[in-house]
Design a protein around this ligand. Structure first.
Ligand code: RIB
Length: 308
C-alpha cells in the first residue's frame, strides 16, 4: 500500500479561549501553544500513524527552526519526509487557531509562507506517479495541485479547503472529493442555508468528481458514490475537546483504508472512527489514533443508513 500527500505544512499557534470572537471583537486567550499542523501534513500524519509505512509527504517548509519541527513531527508519525523541500528566504507556513473551551470549535487564519512556493515540478515525482492513493488539498498553489492530479496513476482524493473555484479538468481527475458542508455549498455556488442530507447529496452530484464524501462534523459524513445509494455515516460517541484537524484525520484515514483495498463505504466508516478519536486531544495531532484504537472503536460506529 502507498499513500502520497501533496500539500501544506504549517506551525499552528493554538490559543485556548472561553468563547470564539465575533467579527471586530477582541477576546483574551489563556495560553498560546505551538503544535504541528497544515492540512496536508495532518493528513499525512494520520495516514502514517494508521499505515505504519508507505506514506510520503511532498511539500515545502522554510529554512527556519519551524521547518525543522514540522519535518521531525511528520517523521515521528512514520511519514517519509524526503520530498519535503527547504525554501530559503521564506518562513514555514503558520496558522493562528483560537479553540473554544467546551465545544472544542475553532477559527483558522493561515499564512502560507513556504507552502506558496510549491511548484508543478516539485510534485512530478515517482512517489506521486506511483502511489495507490494521492491526497490533495488547496493550501498550496493550484498549479501544483493540478500537476499532482495529472501525474497520479492511483486514486486521487481532493479536500477543497480552503475553497476556491476548481477547473473542471481537475475535478474530472478526482476519484473522491472530500469537502465539509461549508466548502460544498461554496463550490456549488449555493446559498448558505441549512440543508437536508438529500439536498447536500444533490449539490455534491453536480460538482463533477466521481464520488463525494461530505464531512458534517458531529453529524458524521455523507457518502455520495459514483453510483449506488447515498449513505449517511454517523460518528461514534466521544468527548471532543478540540476539533482542529478532525477533517484532516478523516481524510488521512480514508486514504490509508482505500490504499489497503477497502471500498468507499468501509473506508468512510474507519475514517469516522479515526476522526472522532482525533478530537479527544489538543490540536490537529494531539490524539491521532493507531490501528488498535480505531479497531477498538469500530464496533461502536453506527451502521451507515441510506438517504432517501
Ligand atoms: O485543518 C486544520 C489545519 O488547517 C491546521 O493544522 C492549520 O495549519 C490549517 O492548515
Amino acid at each position: 500500500m502507498s499513500v502520497t500527500v501533496v500539500g501544506s505544512l504549517n506551525e499552528d499557534v493554538l490559543v485556548a479561549v472561553g468563547r470564539l470572537p465575533g467579527r471586530g471583537e477582541t477576546v483574551v486567550g489563556r495560553e498560546a501553544v505551538l503544535a504541528p499542523g497544515g492540512k496536508g501534513a495532518n493528513q499525512a500524519a494520520a495516514a502514517g500513524r494508521l499505515a505504519g509505512s508507505g506514506v510520503a509527504m511532498v511539500g515545502r517548509v522554510g529554512g527556519d527552526p519551524a521547518g525543522d519541527r514540522q519535518v521531525a513531527a511528520l517523521a515521528d508519525a512514520g511519514v517519509d519526509t524526503s520530498l519535503v523541500l527547504r525554501t530559503p528566504g521564506r518562513p514555514t507556513g503558520s496558522a493562528t487557531i483560537p479553540v473554544e473551551d467546551g465545544s472544542g470549535e475553532n477559527l483558522i487564519v493561515v499564512v502560507p509562507g513556504a507552502n506558496a512556493a510549491l511548484t508543478p515540478a516539485d510534485v512530478d515525482v515517482p512517489a506521486v506517479r506511483r502511489a495507490a492513493v494521492v491526497l490533495l488539498q488547496l493550501e498550496v498553489p493550484l498549479a501544483a495541485v493540478r500537476a499532482a492530479a495529472d501525474a497520479a496513476s492511483g486514486t486521487v482524493v481532493l479536500t477543497p479547503a480552503p475553497p476556491q473555484p476548481l477547473p473542471p479538468e481537475l475535478l474530472r481527475r478526482v476519484a473522491v472529493l472530500v469537502p465539509n458542508e461549508h466548502e460544498l455549498v461554496q463550490l456549488a455556488g449555493a446559498d448558505p442555508a441549512p440543508r437536508s442530507p438529500a439536498e447536500l447529496a444533490g449539490l455534491a452530484r453536480g460538482l463533477g468528481a466521481a464520488a463525494t464524501v461530505v464531512t458534517l462534523g458531529a453529524r458524521g459524513a455523507l457518502v455520495v458514490p459514483a453510483d449506488g445509494p447515498v449513505l449517511l455515516q454517523a460518528p461514534p460517541p466521544v468527548q471532543a475537546v478540540d476539533t482542529t484537524g478532525a477533517g484532516d484525520c478523516f481524510t488521512g484515514a480514508l486514504g490509508a483504508a482505500l490504499a489497503r483495498g477497502c471500498d468507499l463505504a468501509g473506508a468512510v466508516r474507519e475514517a469516522a472512527a479515526a476522526a472522532a478519536l482525533s478530537t479527544t486531544g489538543p490540536g490537529a495531532r494531539g490524539a491521532l489514533p493507531g490501528t488498535a484504537a480505531v479497531g477498538e472503536l469500530l464496533p461502536r460506529v453506527p451502521d451507515a443508513v441510506p438517504v432517501g
